[in-house]
Design a protein around this ligand. Sequence first.
Ligand SMILES: Nc1nc2c(ncn2[C@@H]2O[C@H](COP(=O)(O)OP(=O)(O)OP(=O)(O)O)[C@@H](O)[C@H]2O)c(=O)[nH]1
Ligand SMILES: [Mg+2]
Ligand SMILES: [Zn+2]
Length: 335
Amino acid sequence: MGFILTRERGRVIRARTGFYDVQHGELVLRCTLRGTLKRKHRTETGRRIYADPGAVGDEVLFSQIDDEEGVVEDILPRQTKFSRQYAGRHGDIEQVIVANAHQIVAVVSTAMPPLNFRTLDRFLILAEAGEMDAVICLNKMDLVDVAQRREFIGIETGRALLPEDIETGRALLPNYEQLGYRVIYTSINMPESLEALREVLRDKFSVIVGASGVGKSSLLNAIQPNLGLRTGEVGEKTQKGRHTTTLVELFALDIGGEVADTPGIREVGLWGVDTENLEHYFPEMEPYLGTCKYNDCAHVSEPDCAVQDAVESGDIHPERYRSYVVLRMGDDAGL
Ligand SMILES: Nc1nc2c(ncn2[C@@H]2O[C@H](COP(=O)(O)OP(=O)(O)OP(=O)(O)O)[C@@H](O)[C@H]2O)c(=O)[nH]1
Ligand SMILES: [Mg+2]
Ligand SMILES: [Zn+2]
């Protein structure tokens, strides 16, 4: 070994509580945090304020110990963050899943596992709260017939994604495109459909999120086979993924840009979101705000509520409104 790097700038590409793989050019060092830095991320009472002070995507200053190991001296300010609320031992704390990303790609599947708009809407809100753009990816377009409960004719590998497929897929979703979200329609069994995903990922730093089994890792393998990410079958009976990806990991893409693959999170707790003002995260509600009878209307059961009227008249999509009510009232709202 020639010389040892001190207080050089690097990037966290993998994080396992307490350990960080920091990349600097060709070099990747397994690092821990300097003690002073650990203390900085605790309150005066010593309570942790983050599930983990460092996150994948963090820009850090590190010092090298030897060929393999180093120490993180400082974590540089984050431009954006994708965080969720994490149930810690002493109450809820922030878990930063990825720092400094430009956008999230929120993946849902037409079937296996079935579409879940509650989870998707949580991801969209977290993207907004963390100051990232969000793109929605409806995957498993080859199963769109299953989703519609039409007779399943089997997977036709290599088939092109036709405009009528996209129409069918679009009809399965609330009006996200109208709300300004870009929606792409993909299948790992329809190679041409992946061009849209490449276009979304190219030259950006993206985080790919979504429930276990929707095909996050499979999509990344499909656009770049040398990633060789592990993928897992979805349970035939349970219709649930098996939590195959267990670690957030950052990859450079051959087409330009970087992507962080993430494990399917079971509970997407909102962090950094003021639920009292939740309506501001629903762009479709904006035109009606301030026009309800009560100034402090929660738009849930109040009389003369412009938002509820808009749901009734079909101007606000019922699935989106359901997400709003669940998040505003808490998960025990029975919806
Ligand atoms: N029919 C079909 N199956 C797909 C498609 N994409 C992925 N799959 C399958 O879905 C299953 C789950 O894929 P994964 O890539 O492991 O899913 P994941 O989202 O990474 O899941 P976790 O890592 O557990 O969060 C695998 O059996 C894939 O082969 C698709 O477009 N069509
Ligand atoms: Mg995975
Ligand atoms: Zn109202």
